[in-house]
Write a protein that binds this ligand. Sequence first.
Ligand SMILES: [Zn+2]
Length: 141
Amino acid sequence: MDKITPEQRHYTMSRIRGKDTKPEILVRKYLFSEGFRFRKNDKRYPGHPDIVLPKYRTMIFVNGCFWHGHENCKYYTIPKTNTDFWVAKVRRNQERDRSDNEALAAMGWRVLTIWECQLDRNRIEITLKNLVEDLKALQLG
Ligand SMILES: [Zn+2]
């Protein structure tokens, strides 16, 4: 994991920030460009984590703000029609996320969640930078 200059980072960011790129792919591309190696959608684990970093004993979920019910987020707005249905559906997802996270933590994994809104054009760079620093700090510690 070599240090990269701000110019290189900007270049990397401009390349991974594709137009219709799914949020988890943005995170994977960035981590890969920073030298991290990982498994994807590991079905052996509860919740099928989007990114599994065995070396860091860390799993990352990249969550859509609506489906996973990101509290106080502008992307989590319950539709005006079929409101009860949507509230119940999102609540079930939240409960499942919580129990998945608890199960993974009990297995000794650190679980990180990145929300879709943190990957907005104006937040993605700091989000991914913080993630990488977080991972590196763990390995050293
Ligand atoms: Zn959000």
